[in-house]
Design a protein around this ligand. Sequence first.
Ligand SMILES: *[C@@H]1O[C@H](CO)[C@@H](O)[C@H](O)[C@H]1NC(C)=O
Ligand SMILES: *[C@@H]1O[C@H](CO)[C@@H](O)[C@H](O)[C@H]1NC(C)=O
Length: 363
Amino acid sequence: MPLSDMISLLFCLVFVLSFGNGNAKDLGALCSTCKQITDNFNKGFERTTKKNFGGGNTAWEERKLSKYETSEIRLVEILEGLCDSSSFECNHMVEEYEEHFETWWFKRKTKHPDLHKWFCIETIKVCCPKGTFGPDCNSCVGGSDRPCHGNGRCDGDGTRGGSGKCTCDPGYEGEFCLDCAERYFSEERNDTFSSCKECHSSCTTCTGATNKDCNDCRDGWEEDEEEACIDIDECSKDPPPCKDKEYCLNTDGSYSCNVCDGRCSGCKGPGPGNCVACAEGYKDEEGTCTDVDECELPDAVCTEEHQECVNTNGSYKCRCAGGFEEHDGVCVQQAQPEDSQEGPAEDTEYSNTENVLTEHQDL
Ligand SMILES: *[C@@H]1O[C@H](CO)[C@@H](O)[C@H](O)[C@H]1NC(C)=O
Ligand SMILES: *[C@@H]1O[C@H](CO)[C@@H](O)[C@H](O)[C@H]1NC(C)=O
């Protein structure tokens, strides 16, 4: 038995002993580490095709170039680029099997040009050929050519781990991923091939793609005279399904209730332009509910002495005018600051909102 086979056997043995059979993830991870290594090897090989020992283009250099192609120096350069320095698994694997790369480079490359196949599958045996899985590289469910009949993923595919069982793509189910899942119908099917398509959104189950092919209508849909499933307009029902301060929005198979704009008192849709009536403090202006500026009303709303009016959204405030402050419900002259270091108080006079006497707000 060649040394490499013994090593890989030993490796497998150690592996099986230390991780047990159920550790499909670790076996899968070993394979993907190996795949990454061989991918990077191929990239390194590409990268070094145009290189030579030094540079220059003399005939002497040409000869050296051809020597470089198969040289140990080139191999070492490729090996250096196989792993990120941070990847423990990768570096560990390269270190452990470094001599295999040398063997392949000098003795097997011509006969076995596919490094992944030679190294990962056949030599260190962490991977399997596509469509196969597990320690012995058995065929996936559905066969190795089209695992899961092309409608799913085979557990452990291409690795020495996994169960070979299928996880079906959306729309398919069953051990072989040939059956159609709920809300899908079979478009085409024989022993080895199955194509499932989604039912129309109005169907529970169906025999075809349109709303006329439903076996039953889903909630929110009803059958019309032509036995097609059509959307129920919940919004037009009596009594209406939404609350007073909400408007109803019909959707396919359902509906939603949405809060009216604050400027409305009842509404038929979003925004201040769909109000049934305007909320207090707002008036209808060409179909849109707009804030009433109470401060501009002919009858003054802030009537106490030294008060001024401030319009707000939907309401207004009365506050003490500049130079006055609120005291027991009346506006009195502001006390002059003793030391005038703070400068004139003009800056803050008009932006002062603390001296609010009365505030009117909608409930
Ligand atoms: C099953 O159907 C597929 C797709 O139409 C076809 O390629 C295949 O030959 C069929 N197989 C059998 C056994 O009829
Ligand atoms: C006024 O109130 C309405 C309703 O709450 C709001 O949509 C709007 O953005 C407000 N406008 C301002 C200027 O705050």
